[in-house]
Design a protein. Structure first.
Length: 168
């Protein structure tokens, strides 16, 4: 990706963030974009392979007809067919290689996404644990204060009862 495209993307993201209430950024995931580009190239190669196979079949048919009729151009047609067959083999090898790489990248992307989700979950868990710890401390202090208040009230009730008994 060239520098101007990155600058433009960052500019659009900054403007979108400035005027948008969304918290998510407008920048697409670079890995997803690359996978999409590889898949698009793979689709193009499959189309090229289909066209090459059709040309090779026509060349083979033409060569076999010329050979059956003992035409002088049969040798030249055979070379043409062999050239097309060789190109098809190279193209098929390239497609297989690209498909293997794409599968590996998709697998690694899925693995990293799972790891990222796990880390996010652990971060949320840690945040909740901190909040729970703070709440537990606050609750402990509140309970201690309440226990102290109840004890004072009990002491007051006991003292009033004691005073009442002495008055009688």
């Amino acid at each position: 990706m060239n520098v101007w495209a990155r600058v433009r993307r960052l500019w659009h993201t900054a403007v979108a963030d400035l005027f948008s209430e969304e918290t998510a950024t407008a920048v697409p995931d670079r890995v997803v974009t690359l996978i999409h580009d590889i898949q698009h190239r793979l689709d193009e190669l499959h189309n090229e392979l289909a066209l090459a196979l059709a040309r090779a079949r026509r060349a083979e048919t033409t060569w076999q007809v010329a050979q059956a009729q003992n035409l002088p151009e049969a040798a030249e047609l055979e070379v043409h067919y062999q050239t097309l067959s060789s190109a098809i083999d190279r193209l098929q090898t390239e497609i297989d290689h690209l498909q293997t790489r794409l599968t590996a990248i998709e697998s690694q992307t899925a693995y990293l996404k799972d790891r990222e989700e796990s880390v996010t979950m652990l971060e949320r868990l840690q945040t909740l644990q901190k909040e729970l710890d703070k709440t537990a401390v606050t609750l402990h202090h509140d309970l201690a204060d309440r226990q102290e208040q109840v004890a004072r009230r009990e002491d007051n009730v006991a003292a009033r009862e004691e005073v009442r008994r002495h008055k009688l």
